[in-house]
Design a protein around this ligand. Structure first.
Ligand code: PMV
Length: 321
């Protein structure tokens, strides 16, 4: 029997979450830590049958999730879309084992990481040789279904090895003028991105002026932050992160726990701190200049709040794209 494996990793959104759903720019950072990787194993099935997906979610970086059998709608849609793209007469008869260590509903892009790992595994098993754009489009089939509305930033960042900027429908790697560190702290699961996106959509439908004000403020903060990042002005960049946190908090996306974590991170010397991703719980990120400072912030958060943390280094480098 033929077999293939696909892999992807988690990500955090540095700035621009939620606004990016409406076409505003956003910056994401891949989280390639071992505890934040998703693997999908595919095996040809000897006899045809309905798509069966076994899922084993590791408790490595959060409370254990029950193993689940069946095929979630978004992955079924993805496999159907792949079959059409590959010219297969029907959905392929494969066994799918998902081993995701990316904790769900934390703003870590768990759904995109699983979808991307599955797309890579399908591409390898059927030797379709899909290009980046086709791989992205397939991941987006699952993301649109999982989130209701999905900007595509998770689909991009879960397959990238460097920071990803999504702006005006284009993706690029932003220039980084000074190396820095991003501490990621997991406050636990929230109700999920779909709920947060739907909540804002309803609020913006009731009050369109609120949406315009949010998008305007978001675009200004992201634009200024990209300039700070390019010129290595880390203290200014940190302040933009904290400002963005307040912006999201003003939309009702924060929780007592994410507030407490951002406060502690700032008290512990972080240059800026914010919730990241869908919100209503989930991860908080904090910016520091050096690894020692990052370790101090991570240690404080672990001691005071008992949360798992990861530190993601951001290397200095020219942008491209
Ligand atoms: O919570 P996550 O990791 O799925 O991040 C979602 C980011 C949003 O901007 C809220 C949604 C999107 O599609 O960009």
């Amino acid at each position: 029997r033929r077999a293939a494996t696909g892999r992807a990793h988690g990500k955090v959104i540095v700035l621009g979450e939620h606004a990016v759903v409406y076409g505003a720019p956003a910056l994401a950072l891949p989280v390639p830590a071992l505890e934040c990787r998703a693997t999908v194993r595919l095996l040809d099935r000897p006899d045809p049958g309905p798509l069966l997906i076994r899922r084993a979610v590791s408790p490595a970086c959060g409370p254990a999730e029950p193993a689940e059998e069946g095929a979630p709608e978004e992955l079924r849609l993805l496999v159907d879309a792949f079959a059409r793209r590959a010219g297969l007469p029907a959905a392929p008869d494969v066994e799918v084992l998902i081993e995701s260590r990316v904790p769900p509903a934390r703003g870590l892009g768990s759904s995109a990481a699983t979808a991307r790992a599955l797309v890579h595994a399908l591409d390898a098993l059927f030797a379709t040789g899909l290009g980046d754009r086709e791989l992205f489009d397939l991941v987006q089939v699952a993301e649109q279904s999982a989130h209701g509305l999905a900007s595509g930033i998770d689909a991009l960042a879960t397959g990238s090895d460097r920071p990803v900027l999504l702006a005006n429908g284009w993706t690029s790697a932003p220039p980084v003028g000074a190396a820095c560190q991003v501490v990621v702290a997991d406050s636990g699961g929230g109700p999920g991105t779909r709920r947060a996106v739907a909540m804002l959509r309803a609020a913006f439908t009731r009050a369109p002026a609120r949406r315009a004000a949010f998008l305007d403020r978001s675009a200004k903060l992201v634009g200024a932050a990209l300039d700070d990042l390019a010129h290595g002005r880390l203290a200014d960049l940190g302040r933009r992160l904290t400002d963005y946190h307040r912006l999201l908090a003003g939309l009702g996306l924060t929780t007592d726990r994410t507030e407490a974590l951002t406060r502690s991170a700032l008290a512990g010397g972080a240059l800026g701190a914010k919730m990241s991703g869908g919100g209503l719980g989930g991860c908080v990120i904090a910016l520091t200049a050096t690894r020692d400072e990052a370790d101090a912030v991570a240690g404080l958060l672990a001691r005071e709040h008992g949360v798992p943390t990861w530190t993601v280094p951001v290397a200095k480098g020219a942008g491209h794209g």
